[in-house]
Design a protein around this ligand. Structure first.
Ligand SMILES: *Cc1c(COP(=O)(O)O)cnc(C)c1O
Length: 391
């Protein structure tokens, strides 16, 4: 409700925010909020999704090769970047969009829980160097989209330090856990990153869209993207033009995304967000415990989920009590799409499914709405069972 009120006010004001003079209060709110987010990440001094991940790659590339801004990719060696096979597709997309090439985004193996394997990262860094490429960027994921896995950030940071690479943390989905004293240890090491993506529009429940890129080195994003258009960014204004933050970004017209988040934070406080996050994680633990024990359910990976993602197969009566053969898995692969289609037809509830790696189609339940309750979870499971009685 508060976020919605914020969204309404923002749309009513309908202002841009490329310079301080045009939206002074919003610019200050953005500056304060990003400073606060940086503090939570663990960086001492202040400056501040898919688009955020692209900004991170741009800032890193500019840090190593500032000439890219004027002379383009032709002036650079072949750049190579790394991310895990379980990372979000936006990393590969950024490589494609920025002229690095999607083939130069090298995927690092993940373990059975979806966490990046640091030893494989090291092998692939060395291999890229031997092939004459220039490895410059690693994106570790804090909260992968499907499994909700947290990459081992300290181990990745050690390798980045050793080989001189930029470390980015994609915390689009998992960044919210930083607000919780109980769960923030899962992002231990994030303070060693050079940049962090954190989307308040995901786990924190801020209305779309609100995605932050935090860059440790102050001023880098500005020099990377600055074009100093004379009609906006005159240097002889009467105020401190460091508040003209619009030149940091690649957009010109930009919606004010910060106000609703600022307002929610003021209203709930960090403790409010913390309670919200803890509640979602408790609820997913509730679901996990049922799925682990109840007949007809099978977990995709062993062990308690670290985020709210609970990934499971539902095994309908006709497929129970058989040893899983190739053919059995093929049949199971058709179950989740069938149940989901029936859910849509009866209009009661929905849950996403997908295959991943060698795992055939499974359900992925994620909880980010703190208004969800145990009875919602019970209802979801009873619908799965009801709609698959004849399967
Ligand atoms: C959702 C997600 C993104 C993309 O975020 P947008 O909502 O497109 O800004 C990036 N990385 C991860 C891990 C995600 O889960």
């Amino acid at each position: 409700i508060i976020g919605l009120a914020g969204e309404w006010l923002t749309s009513t004001a309908n202002t841009n925010m490329f310079t301080y003079e045009i939206a002074p209060v919003f610019v200050l709110m953005e500056s304060l909020t990003l400073t606060k987010m940086r503090e939570i990440v663990g960086w001492p001094n202040g400056e501040g999704g898919a688009i955020s991940n692209m900004y991170a790659v741009m800032a890193a590339r500019y840090k190593f090769f500032p000439e890219v801004k004027d002379r383009g990719m032709a002036a650079l060696p072949r750049l190579v970047m790394f991310t895990s096979e379980c990372s979000h597709f936006s990393i590969k997309k950024a490589g494609g969009a920025l002229g690095i090439g999607a083939d130069n985004v090298i995927l690092i193996k993940a373990d059975q829980r979806g966490k990046m394997i640091p030893a494989d990262l090291e092998v692939k860094i060395i291999d890229a160097k031997q092939k004459g490429a220039f490895p410059f960027f690693v994106s570790a994921t804090a909260g992968t989209t499907v499994y909700g896995a947290f990459d081992p950030l300290h181990a990745v940071a050690d390798l980045c330090q050793q080989y001189g690479l930029w470390m980015h943390v994609d915390g689009a989905w998992g960044g919210g856990l930083l607000m919780s004293r109980k769960h923030r240890h899962k992002l231990s090491g994030v303070e060693r990153a050079n940049s962090v993506t954190w989307n308040p529009h995901k786990m924190l429940g801020v209305p779309l869209q609100c995605s932050a890129i935090l860059v440790r080195e102050e001023g880098l994003l500005l020099s990377c993207n600055q074009m100093s258009a004379k009609y906006l960014f005159q240097s002889d204004k009467q105020y401190d033009t460091s508040y003209d933050t619009g030149d940091k970004v690649i957009q010109c017209g930009r919606h004010v995304d910060i106000f609703k988040f600022w307002l929610m934070w003021k209203a709930k406080g960090t403790v409010g967000f913390e309670a919200q996050i803890n509640k979602c994680l408790e609820l997913s633990e509730y679901l996990y415990n049922i799925v682990k024990k109840r007949e007809g359910y099978k977990l995709v990976f062993n062990g308690e989920p670290e985020h709210t993602n609970v990934c499971f197969w539902y095994i309908p009566p006709s497929l129970r009590g058989m040893p899983p053969s190739e053919e059995w898995w093929q049949k199971l692969a058709r179950v989740a799409p069938k149940i989901k289609a029936r859910m849509m037809e009866s209009g009661t509830t929905m849950v996403g499914y997908q295959p991943q790696g060698k795992s055939v189609n499974f359900f992925r339940m994620v909880i980010s709405n703190p208004a969800s309750t145990r009875s919602d979870i019970d209802f979801l499971l009873s619908e799965i069972e009801r709609l698959s009685e004849d399967l």
